[in-house]
Design a protein around this ligand. Structure first.
Ligand SMILES: NC(=O)c1ccc[n+]([C@@H]2O[C@H](COP(=O)([O-])OP(=O)(O)OC[C@H]3O[C@@H](n4cnc5c(N)ncnc54)[C@H](O)[C@@H]3O)[C@@H](O)[C@H]2O)c1
Length: 386
């Protein structure tokens, strides 16, 4: 990732991500990696003691430690040194409220996925973003990987020809048993429709696979047929999903998202086939991309190695062979966001190289979830409303 000089770090706030929270810590690493942000304020937990203790751990001053995100948005907006951007890392049902509050207070938003719990809310948020004139970044972090950028560049350049088949998979096994009934906090809200939304595995990890397929191909399917299952007794949301996809271009796809696939940790993979070649990428071999021009031997493209192009190289940090991974990919989204925020601060347009997921991706993700739930219920093909 090439860095440029800047006047001062972006003042960042955080909602969620207190002690015991998972993704908030990852966001903080990601924000620090290229040294563009400084965390100065937070409403890190709804529990006031935990919020205060978590803020102390992170060196956030007492007068910028909040227990309520609405209060934080109002008070930060009123300060001359108030935050310029906020990271929202709360469970899904607590994305819309904070995003609205900070955007309306004139603060850029970096939010985790899925963007909201309903498609209607995602669309409403799009209007709020538009009205605010502020930036909205959705952390579909896997789009930050160099080999994913490489895949995208090669497909756009026609290197595998006209797209025929897209195979996207995200398999985990941590919900194989009813851990939500045994005090696993992250599992509790993820299996509760009121806090997670209508999707279980499809919302939590299916949206990542769906987004990744759209990011590399530049296409969102217009129809799908889903078979969703809750294998674990007592669970209301899906824990495994098999989905067929159809694209307007004539391409077809399959998406498998499962949290009960024993033996899988974070097995995200993407295979894309065109009439001239194929591309294959697996999260667990993150720095490698297989490219097969039809009729020729398979070629291995590596991060920062021979064959990697501009889009991949500009988001790589270290020489080939040294592994880069999850945190660097996440940091690439933060650094892309920083480029956009700095450009906004300076009243210019960011370089066209700068790409990050936003509200359009969030809407597509919710359209995917809602169409999948409906399709599985009705045993019929459904149109995606996005
Ligand atoms: N991009 C990714 O790879 C990725 C990975 C994991 C989770 N996520 C997403 O991140 C979000 C959080 O997931 P998680 O696994 O970190 O959950 P978590 O349960 O581990 O953490 C949630 C945090 O939010 C805090 N919180 C809850 N209500 C709050 C409130 N009203 N005000 C302030 N803080 C509050 C909790 O105290 C906790 O610190 C979810 O939307 C999830 O889908 C994304």
């Amino acid at each position: 990732m090439t860095t440029r000089t800047f006047e001062r770090r972006i003042r960042l706030g955080m909602v969620g991500g207190g002690q015991g929270g998972f993704i908030g810590g990852v966001h903080r690493f990601a924000a620090r990696l290229d040294d563009r942000y400084e965390l100065v304020a937070g409403a890190l937990s709804s529990n006031s003691e935990r919020a205060a203790a978590s803020a102390r751990d992170l060196g956030i001053k007492e007068d910028r430690t909040y227990t309520d995100f609405a209060d934080m948005a109002a008070r930060e907006a009123a300060r001359p040194d108030g935050i310029e951007a906020v990271a929202i890392v709360t469970p899904n049902h607590l994305h819309f409220g904070p995003a609205k509050a900070f955007l309306e207070a004139g603060i850029h938003v970096i939010c985790d996925k899925p963007v909201t719990t309903t498609l209607a809310q995602a669309k409403e948020l799009a209007e709020i973003i538009e009205k605010s004139g502020k930036l909205f970044v959705l952390t579909h972090n896997y789009t930050g990987y160099p080999m994913i950028r490489q895949m995208r560049e090669m497909i756009a350049a026609g290197e595998i020809g006209k797209l025929r088949h897209i195979q996207a998979e995200y398999a985990q096994d941590w919900l194989t048993e009813a851990v939500e009934t045994r005090g696993a906090k992250g599992a509790e809200w993820r299996t509760d429709p009121a806090r997670s939304g209508a999707g279980g595995a499809i919302g939590d990890i299916g949206t990542h696979a769906f987004n990744l397929a759209a990011f590399v191909t530049g296409e969102v399917p217009d129809r799908l047929y889903a078979d969703l299952t809750s294998f674990v007794p007592g669970r209301t949301l899906d824990d495994s999903a098999n989905i067929l996809l159809r694209y307007k271009s004539g391409a077809k796809g399959m998406l498998w998202a499962s949290q009960i696939a024993v033996g899988n940790e974070n097995a995200l993979s993407l295979r894309v086939y065109g009439d001239k070649g194929g591309l294959e990428w697996h999260h667990e071999a993150i720095n490698q991309l297989w490219f097969t021009p039809y009729g020729e031997p398979k070629r291995l493209i590596t991060r920062n190695g021979a064959g990697a192009g501009h889009a991949a190289n500009r988001v790589s940090r270290i020489p080939s062979g040294h592994p880069e991974g999850y945190l660097e990919g996440f940091a690439n989204i933060y650094s892309e966001a920083a480029e956009a925020i700095l450009a906004a601060r300076e009243g210019r347009t960011p370089s066209p190289d700068v790409v990050y997921p936003g509200i359009t991706d969030g809407i597509a993700g919710l359209a995917f979830i809602e169409a999948a739930v409906q399709s599985s219920k009705n045993s019929s093909w459904m149109q995606l409303d996005c």
